[in-house]
Write a protein that binds this ligand. Structure first.
Ligand SMILES: Cc1ncc(C[n+]2csc(CCOP(=O)(O)OP(=O)(O)O)c2C)c(N)n1
Length: 282
């Protein structure tokens, strides 16, 4: 338990996260498609990149994490479990129970490892920009603010208002991640609200844009390794091309698996697939 350092370790950790997600998904409805698409990014972020002490979640020098696509709460919880915030068994036992710490959206009232409650799309990103701005004003030079968004979420107007302000405020301590899986809850991006070239939009607003495969652990790690200085003047956005449902063949690129629960047979089949993937990485 704790921080990992190599691509090989991180690849195995991401498969373990997927196994945990599927176990939970055999008991409860979760947003499995978008949890799986962002699983590799979240594994590298939580288990390698972030400066975060699970024993002291309010330490001033910590990195901040905001899940703007708040429905990906399960993949967040399992990664927080992996670094020791609580246990994986806690997440599975308490998920969606009355008063429990874990549910379909993350809540800061019951879970001290959540900076800000999210779930209403388009809200987490402006809050993250505000936190980054406040840290900068306070002269904090140790903390980055990481915020994870969906690509469908980019159709919220608040995203673009905040993205202009982040450049205006010179928030070099801000790292935004867009989980670009091409699907929303009800269809493809182009069917719901076509957004054109999202990366180009950020570029035109003055962001440092990095576009890469968000299911490639080595590439994700490489991009985190080469972030600009926290004290730089330009915010960074990772435009991560991913596959919704990644790692579970019958879920990949299927709108139907935005959210759901798997049958016992589907669960058994998936565990075999993921165990084979683990053997390959051994
Ligand atoms: C303001 C708001 N409108 C609608 C929803 C319902 N909703 C939950 S997830 C989702 C689709 C989001 O798509 P995307 O951002 O691409 O997430 P991903 O596909 O990665 O899960 C929608 C519309 C919401 N949570 N908030």
């Amino acid at each position: 338990m704790g921080k990992l350092s190599t691509v090989e370790e991180l690849k195995r950790a991401a498969i373990e996260i997927r196994k945990n997600l599927l176990e939970l998904c055999s008991k409860e409805v979760i947003h499995i498609g978008g949890d799986l698409s962002v699983a590799d990014i979240m594994t590298v972020l939580w288990q390698y990149q972030m400066n975060y002490d699970p024993k002291n979640p309010k330490e001033e020098s910590r990195d901040r994490f905001i899940l703007s696509k708040g429905h990906a709460s399960a993949v967040t919880s399992f990664n927080q479990a992996a670094i020791g915030c609580f246990t994986t068994a806690d997440v599975i036992r308490e998920y969606a129970t009355d008063g429990g710490r874990f549910s379909m959206h993350s809540c800061d009232l019951v879970n001290p490892f959540i900076e800000v409650s999210t779930g209403s799309l388009g809200h987490g990103f402006p809050v993250a920009c505000g936190i980054a701005s406040a840290l900068k004003m306070k002269g904090n030079k140790t903390s980055r603010v990481y915020v994870v968004m969906g690509d469908g979420e980019q159709s919220e107007g608040s995203i673009w208002e905040a993205s202009m302000n982040a450049v205006h405020q010179k928030l070099g301590n801000l790292v935004a991640v867009v989980d670009f899986n091409g699907l929303e809850a009800d269809g493809t991006l182009d069917e719901v609200t076509a957004l054109g070239d999202i990366a180009d939009k950020y570029r035109s607003f003055g962001w440092n844009v990095r576009e890469f495969n968000g299911n490639d652990i080595a590439e994700i790690k490489n991009q985190f390794d080469h972030l600009p200085e926290i004290t730089s003047d330009v915010p960074t956005v990772f435009m991560c091309h991913t596959t919704k449902g990644k790692g579970v063949p019958f879920m990949e690129n299927q709108v139907r698996w935005h959210a759901g629960r798997v049958s016992n047979e589907q669960y058994e089949e998936t565990v075999k697939t993921l165990d084979k993937a683990l053997e390959k990485e051994a």
